[in-house]
Design a protein around this ligand. Structure first.
Ligand code: ADP
Ligand code: MG
Length: 572
């Protein structure tokens, strides 16, 4: 929480004014019972007459009005400070998330990150707001009422002190009991959110496998668990009101009983007893508010801790020296091994190969053989666990991340397009690209028919996730996006998997004819897509099973032969 306090720094005035106005409001509220008592003692029983009562009533109205104005100011300042705090916090969180490496993003998980950005920030904002509004109000009223009671009568003060002590035990006892219960409720709710998200993103798959009933059943189980935990927490919390009201009423009975005796003995006046009664009813509400404040603050602390964790995260990507070794090939994998987590097995084991500028490198292997892992090491999305990846004689960890990613045009395995027009999506590759440049890249990616099929051409809207395009159309648009930049290194991670053979062949031909001659990595499961590559790397469970041209591999690499002939039985 301390770490997050700096986000309040820009709202110092508001953070001081809000509690100050609340303090004023509390003071005015504490004066009210005294005025009422004066009306009764001096005005009604004391015989000071109707005009005194009238003036005092006017004073009450004035106190109410001033209290109201202070309250409005306090709410305004508190809300302003809390909202501003949350804005700055969200800003930093978002910037942090953008700065993290793939490894941390994998570890955090999308759904958890969204919770951090939304409900955790909201909870902390709420906490800040409540603290600013209440910490100078509730304690002031509770203890102020007790002090006023002591000033009126020592015995009555004692009853107040006892009542407050018993109420505190009840309220905080129930809180202590229910906080873990509510935490469980929150956990169940998170579970439902995650599950719903998956069911929605996977809706097509669920339909395709007729798994709706199973999904509904699983959801119902989670839903029932949520209801159970909520009911239990609710039942315990429900004890709060009857118990506290019982205590307050017993205290009031005692006050009136002892008060009546003292009024008889002329130690106390009627007005004073009524003032005591009023104070007693004030403290209950404030104690409950105070208790709620404490719940909110504990929850906020938990959320703040999680947020601070994210803010403290550092990209784990290592930084190395940017010294250039002379006489190296353009790209060199030097005995590279890679594991995603310290306790995981190797996703790549001792991979070594080189590529010259302008080469086309094919990467082939079964699913999970490490193809994506291999190409993701080139733009330094991940660190190699052992060995080194060199571009132009410099280890990739020696480049500035921006510099190296500027060199690389990456087409990830999952074709992701963003909300916006096609042109906006393509300009991710190069923000200042002209329409002509975009159209050229589109043509090179064999996507001109996609643009032509759409009424608005380049300005056609892409819906969220690119759902208004087919898989193959999306793939070609993501290739175009990478080509707009005219990258030195083009990485196509299984990016032609949804294309028919003819389009795939035309795409490869057009990549070959690019005038800026990028070094191209083509990851594929089909030998037809890579058979013309200058070098083909065959991966098997993360290890290199063979490197060479199509013909060489057909001769020397049994795995490659098997993959190839399984796709071209006739030639066998
Ligand atoms: P391919 O692209 O050949 O299908 P990948 O390179 O994606 O294979 O995966 C290689 C291995 O690494 C697999 O066993 C996979 O489970 C693991 N792996 C891939 N991505 C991650 C990740 N982000 N976190 C942990 N393990 C991963
Ligand atoms: Mg892959």
């Amino acid at each position: 929480m301390k770490k997050l306090l700096k986000y309040l720094a820009g709202f110092k005035a508001e953070s001081i004014l809000a509690p100050l106005f609340k303090f004023l409001e509390a003071c005015f509220e504490l004066i009210v019972p005294l005025v009422v008592s004066a009306i009764i003692d001096n005005g009604i029983t004391g015989g000071r007459g109707a005009s005194y009562v009238g003036w005092m009533c006017a004073l009450l109205v004035a106190l109410g009005a001033v209290g109201l104005v202070s309250a409005v100011f306090a709410q305004y300042f508190a809300a302003k400070a809390a909202a501003g705090f949350a804005k700055e916090l969200r800003h930093d969180l978002f910037a942090k998330m953008q700065s993290l490496s793939y490894a941390e993003i994998d570890g955090l998980g999308t759904s958890r990150m969204i919770t951090r950005m939304t409900s955790d920030v909201n909870q902390v904002q709420n906490g800040v707001n409540m603290v600013l509004r209440l910490f100078m109000r509730s304690p002031v009223i509770v203890f102020g009422a007790m002090i006023c009671a002591f000033m009126i009568d020592a015995l009555a003060g004692g009853i107040f002190a006892a009542a407050i002590a018993v109420l505190c035990v009840i309220i905080f006892g129930i809180l202590l009991l229910t906080i873990p219960m509510y935490r469980k409720v929150q956990g169940n709710l998170d579970g439902i959110t995650t599950y719903t998200r998956e069911a929605l993103t996977g809706a097509r798959v669920i339909r395709a496998f007729c798994n709706e009933d199973k999904e509904i059943e699983a959801f119902n189980a989670k839903n029932a668990a949520l209801k159970r935990s909520q009911t239990l927490a609710g039942r315990v919390s429900a004890l709060m009101n009857p118990l506290t009201y019982a205590v307050i009423n017993v205290a009031i009975i005692l006050l009136i009983y002892t008060g009546a005796i003292k009024v008889e003995a002329s130690v106390l006046t009627t007005g004073e007893v009524i003032a005591l009664y009023n104070y007693m009813s004030q403290i209950l509400v404030e104690l409950i508010k105070l208790a709620n404040l404490i719940i909110t603050v504990t929850k906020s602390f938990a959320c703040a801790g999680r947020l601070a964790e994210v803010l403290d995260m550092q990209s784990s990507l290592k930084r190395g020296s940017s010294e250039r070794a002379e006489g190296m090939p353009y790209i060199k994998f030097d005995n590279v091994s890679m594991k995603y987590a310290a306790d995981a097995g190797n996703a790549l084991t001792s991979v070594s190969f080189t590529a010259e500028r302008g080469d086309t490198i094919g990467v082939i292997g079964g699913t999970g053989s490490g193809k994506s892992t291999l190409v993701n090491l080139i733009p330094h999305f991940y660190d190699a666990s052992e060995g080194g990846v060199y571009i132009d004689g410099i280890n990739v960890n020696g480049y500035d991340d921006d510099a190296i990613r500027q060199k690389c045009g990456v087409v990830p395995q999952r074709a992701v397009l963003f909300n916006g027009t096609i042109a906006e999506n393509l300009r991710w590759g190069k923000p200042d690209a002209t329409d002509e440049e975009l159209l050229e890249a589109v043509k090179e990616a064999q996507a001109d028919d996609v643009i032509r099929a759409k009424r608005d051409g380049l300005n056609e809207m892409v819906e969220q996730g690119g759902l208004n395009f087919s898989g193959g159309q999306r793939q070609r648009l993501t290739i175009a996006r990478a080509l707009v930049r005219k990258p030195e290194i083009l990485i196509l991670d299984d990016s032609a998997s949804a294309l028919d053979y003819a389009t795939d062949a035309r795409l490869r031909q057009s990549l070959k004819e690019l005038d800026y001659k990028p070094t191209v990595f083509i990851v594929s499961q089909r030998t037809s897509s890579i058979r013309n590559a200058d070098k083909i790397i065959v991966l098997d469970h993360g290890a290199v099973a063979g490197i060479g041209t199509h013909e060489e591999l057909l001769k020397n690499c049994p795995l490659y032969r098997e993959i190839h002939y399984s796709q071209y039985e006739k030639e066998a």
